[in-house]
Ligand binder design. Sequence first.
Ligand SMILES: Cc1cc2nc3c(=O)[nH]c(=O)nc-3n(C[C@H](O)[C@H](O)[C@H](O)COP(=O)(O)OP(=O)(O)OC[C@H]3O[C@@H](n4cnc5c(N)ncnc54)[C@H](O)[C@@H]3O)c2cc1C
Length: 449
Amino acid sequence: MTLETTTIDTLVVGAGQAGVAMSEHLGKLGVPHLVLERDRIAERWRTGRWDSLVANGPVWHDRFPGMAFDDLDPDAFASKERVADYFVDYAKQINAPIRTGVEVKSVERKSGEAGFVIETSEGTIEARRVVVATGPFQRPVIPPIAPQTEGLHQIHSADYKNPQQLPAGAVLVVGAGSSGVQIADELQRSGRQVYLSVGAHDRPPRAYRNRDFCWWLGVLGEWDAEVARPGREHVTIAVSGARGGQTVDFRLLAQQGVTLVGLTKAFDNGVATFQADLVENIARGDENYLSLLDAADAYIERNGLDLPEEPEARRVYPDPVCMTQPILKLDLAQAGVTSIIWATGYAVDYNWLHVNAFDEKGKPKHQRGVSSEPGIYFLGLPWLSRRGSSFIWGVWHDAKHVADHIVTQRKYLAYQDATQREAQVLRDEATQREATQREARALSGVGVN
Ligand SMILES: Cc1cc2nc3c(=O)[nH]c(=O)nc-3n(C[C@H](O)[C@H](O)[C@H](O)COP(=O)(O)OP(=O)(O)OC[C@H]3O[C@@H](n4cnc5c(N)ncnc54)[C@H](O)[C@@H]3O)c2cc1C
């Protein structure tokens, strides 16, 4: 099957939440466009996440403005399948022109004229503009320190599905952002011995004084922050919607049975070494947690809100043994560790995008998604315009900005000077005359027959 369309104003690559949002705004603004998706709509939510994953934000928050999750309580956390279904329904609702099962293989600038030639798995298409909505998390990253030890089962969190998939034995989970923390918790609850390597992290309360942290980040302007706080650019955020949503508390995880260790430094002859930074990392996470409580209290007071006090949220549980006597070396075989799960993040992959839109490190060069290569746009990337950019609700607002930019460019291109306007009037008159003559001939023909 080949593409029916061979030229289009705007081509959107990817039909995850970013591609669907982009299509909504382009459609509303009357921009002819096509969305190409190599798999299915919101495929990553369906197959690129572990089985039990639920959204990190409640459904009143983690959605687009144009549709609610009517079957769920607003404070519930949607399952990954439900999130994927939501985007399929949304695409139907806006009648998005999406072709699934079509992979974009390359994008090249046309020489001597504006626009791009796009090679796809279903043929060639030309577009004036291309919106790259292929996701913030495309290529799982496993750091080079990963050991070569034979018989050790190693996977990235992107390939983790459930505890049964792992060989029997203990597990080392490297990385304690939202993925690492949730996977470690699930494995421990399934009866595994789990070691969790904890680096720098932010740790907001799941909820405080009857408001979810998504609400707090919203009213406190944190979702709109344009840049990460200095020194915290690569800091992960540990939050979970699992089991109805609970605050991630590392001391409680340890009490439950997870053994915490510091940042993973190296592996040598089957022995893992960890930095002596566990206590410091947890202390900085606590600081982040408490600063949000302080900001929330100040906000409540300043705005005279009637929200119940919650002093127990400030309770600090005793440091577990793994914090008072941190493990700095772990003989994996002796500890019975048979698997390592690398919850160490993702990188982007643009090897199909042959345009001048990248810096020397290969990172997209753009301003709020408008790239340095005219006609190329990026969407869905972390911090594209603000902290919320790679999240469900945030990408919708960025897509609006990108669509507005496209419309403005189209208006400039549609501009005609006085001479062009006059010529256009003459062309329109000639077309009108021809149409009238054709009609007259047709009518006289009716009489003859
Ligand atoms: C574990 C995890 C949990 C998350 N939980 C939440 C959450 O609870 N709330 C939230 O707001 N955000 C969450 N996120 C962040 C973000 O919302 C998701 O990563 C989301 O999938 C990003 O959507 P996207 O449309 O930008 O990219 P993707 O969902 O990755 O979609 C990109 C699409 O592009 C397609 N594609 C890629 N290359 C090509 C090509 N060359 N040709 C054609 N198609 C192509 C892919 O098949 C894919 O369908 C989570 C992320 C992870 C990793």
